[in-house]
Design a protein around this ligand. Sequence first.
Ligand SMILES: [Zn+2]
Length: 71
Amino acid sequence: MSCPYCNPEYQDSDRIVLKNEYWFANFDNHPVSKGHMKIIPFRHVAMFTELMDEELIPLVSIMNNSKKLIK
Ligand SMILES: [Zn+2]
C-alpha cells in the first residue's frame, strides 16, 4: 500500500505551509477544530515510536512554528 504523504508532489505542493529538514506541515482538509494542522515526517514511519532521536527536536520546532502560524 502506498503512502500519500511520501509522494514528492504532496510534499512540494502549495498546501505545505511549514517545512524543516525532517518535517512538513499543512492545514487539514477536514479539520476537527479551527487551525487543525497535520505535521508529517519526510521519512515514512508507521508509528511515533519509530522516530529517531534527531527527528524529535525538529518536531518540537515545527510544532512551535505551527502554533505561531495558527495564532
Ligand atoms: Zn509515508
